[in-house]
Design a binder for this molecule. Structure first.
Ligand SMILES: [Mg+2]
Length: 227
């Protein structure tokens, strides 16, 4: 690797029009088990999240796509009355599901912001619980725009959410010249279909490497082998 080490040159055009980040498990470590466990204990929480008859991921995705919590909780409890404490426990203790910021990715975000790279977030998140994150994580202020699926009524990987991104990013450029980062392979595939240069997030050092390869002005860690 030899691209780094030079100071950012303001005369140069930006290497990309914008960098678009997913939040959950890219910048914020999310694990529902800690929230549910606060209500029913670790053992029941683990059983609930792997329950064959209650698809937590699918249920939670409805909130991301805009379904009101009150309505979805009632429907779930009606169908699974023995799981009422688990179902209610998740929202009650939602803040605990936001385990921590992923420090290495936040560092990348801060470096990109310092280099004046336009930054957006595109997150699958309930409109009702997103304020918990806004309140807690000050790095969210570095984004010039955050598209929250729950507010739009449509979530990744639905192609419609990328049309919304195109509208919101239009003053900066087009999706073809934007980088998108997500830990979900389905979302990465959908983003590529929509024209984005999509990076599958696995860990911050790998992400740093992938962004340096794209010409973004980041410090190189030097710890990553060539893969
Ligand atoms: Mg994610």
């Amino acid at each position: 690797m030899s691209a780094g080490g030079e100071p950012a040159d303001r005369e140069k055009p930006l290497p990309v029009d914008a960098v678009v980040f997913d939040l959950g498990n890219v910048l914020i470590r999310w694990d529902p088990v800690t929230a549910v466990a606060a209500a029913v204990g670790a053992e029941r929480a683990a059983a609930f999240l792997s329950d064959e008859h209650f698809d937590f991921a699918a249920w939670n995705a409805t909130h991301d796509a805009g379904r009101p919590w009150d309505e979805s909780e009632l429907a779930a409890i009606e169908a699974h009355p023995h799981l009422e404490d688990e179902i209610r426990g998740y929202r009650t203790h939602f803040a605990l599901s936001l385990v921590e910021e992923i420090a290495g990715t936040v560092e990348i975000l801060r470096e990109l912001h310092a280099a004046q790279i336009p930054l957006l977030a595109l997150t699958n998140w309930s409109a009702e619980t997103f304020p918990v994150a806004l309140e807690r994580f000050d790095f969210l202020d570095l984004f010039e725009d955050i598209i929250v699926s729950g507010e739009e009524g449509v979530a990744k990987p639905d192609p419609e959410i990328f049309e919304i991104l195109q509208e919101r990013i239009g003053h900066l450029g087009s999706l073809d010249d934007c980088v998108f980062i997500d830990d979900s392979l389905a979302n990465v595939a959908a983003a590529q279909e929509s024209g984005l240069d999509a990076i599958h997030f696995t860990d911050p050092e790998r992400l740093r490497h992938d962004l340096v390869l794209r010409g973004l002005p980041l410090r190189e860690s030097g710890t990553l082998d060539h893969r």
